[in-house]
Design a binder for this molecule. Structure first.
Ligand code: UTP
Length: 296
């Protein structure tokens, strides 16, 4: 039995929906108040027992590296100003015992291609993939649930949720069988962004996965699919056809931070969930809604 200790974070997409903010930095560094969305994903992975973080970076590679690297100059300036709490905050973004590796995706040829770029760093090991723009919030987070499920399954596992029928066109949708007593759902196939009438179910796969390294051979052999990109969904579909994929329900709330409304929704909900801002921010929201209702 192999444990999952490596996680891949693809951060090389163009992020066109957030231009111009993403002109010089990856969208994964967009903050929810004071924390970049990729840091939420990193914390989720570390909480699940991951000790090796593999970032697949693109044209704006420096910024993510700088965020997760030590910044001794900033640390000593904070210390000199007596701001020890802030110094500890920046120093402990990557805790002791956790290491970072940066690999490059030379061109944004799709999510499947980005994951394939991590192959040399992953080696012959199972690994998690976390898409930081899918921000998960709650007491139970999907990566821990996936790691626990992988202990028994030892094959690819997806984190899934049911979506309204109208939304099936936005996601990878499962063709699936029954759920067993442990919560594992048998996956028979994955259809990327199907038309409503062609969707095999309403169960959608989101940006949390665990793969065995055999996915790399499938990705290497794939021809570009929808959008002329190498699609991770196509490799999952092939694995599913071989009976090597299961899914578990996402135990948390998910925000699509790759989309402006999803991002705003995350900011509002996380501000309301934070005791530092809750009272002030809810009063502000109530005031603004009242003004809107009075047409002011
Ligand atoms: P998206 O499908 O959201 O694409 O990528 P995008 O380019 O980032 O954003 P838009 O649609 O242009 O606004 C999903 C995830 O896959 C990564 C992205 O960084 C994001 O985490 N990705 C995508 C890559 O790393 N490389 C790629 O070639 C494509």
């Amino acid at each position: 039995m192999t444990a999952v200790t490596k996680a891949v974070f693809p951060v090389a997409g163009l992020g066109t929906r957030f231009l111009p903010a993403t002109k010089a930095m990856p969208k994964e560094l967009l903050p929810i108040i004071d924390k970049p969305i990729v840091q939420f994903a990193v914390e989720e992975a570390i909480a699940a027992g991951i000790t090796e973080l593999i970032f697949v970076t693109g044209r704006n590679k420096r910024a993510v590296g700088d965020h997760f690297d030590a910044n001794l100059e900033l640390e000593s300036q904070l210390l000199a100003k007596g701001k020890t709490e802030l110094r500890d905050l920046v120093r402990n973004i990557v805790p002791e015992g956790v290491s970072c590796i940066f690999v490059r995706q030379p061109e944004p040829l799709g999510l499947g291609h980005a994951v394939l770029c991590a192959a040399p760093a992953v080696g012959n090991n199972p690994f998690a993939v976390l898409l930081a723009d899918d921000l998960m919030h709650g007491t139970d987070l999907p990566t821990s649930a996936l790691v626990a499920a992988f202990k028994d399954a030892q094959h690819t596992i997806l984190s899934v949720s049911e979506v309204p029928e109208i939304d099936v066109t936005k996601y990878g949708i499962l063709k699936h069988g029954a759920q067993d007593a442990s919560g594992l759902i048998t996956v028979q196939g994955l259809v990327e962004k199907p038309a409503v009438e062609e969707a095999p179910s309403r169960m959608a796969s989101f940006g949390r996965y665990i793969f065995t390294p055999e996915v790399f051979d499938l990705l290497r052999a794939l021809k570009p699919g929808s959008g002329a990109e190498i699609q991770l969904a196509d490799a999952i579909d092939q694995l599913a056809a071989q009976g090597k994929v299961s899914a578990i329900m996402n135990p948390s709330r998910r925000y699509d931070c790759g989309d402006k409304f999803g991002y705003l929704n995350a900011i509002v909900d996380l501000a309301l969930a934070n005791s530092d801002y809750r009272d002030w921010f809810s009063a502000l929201l109530r005031d603004r809604v009242a003004k809107l209702e009075r047409n002011e």
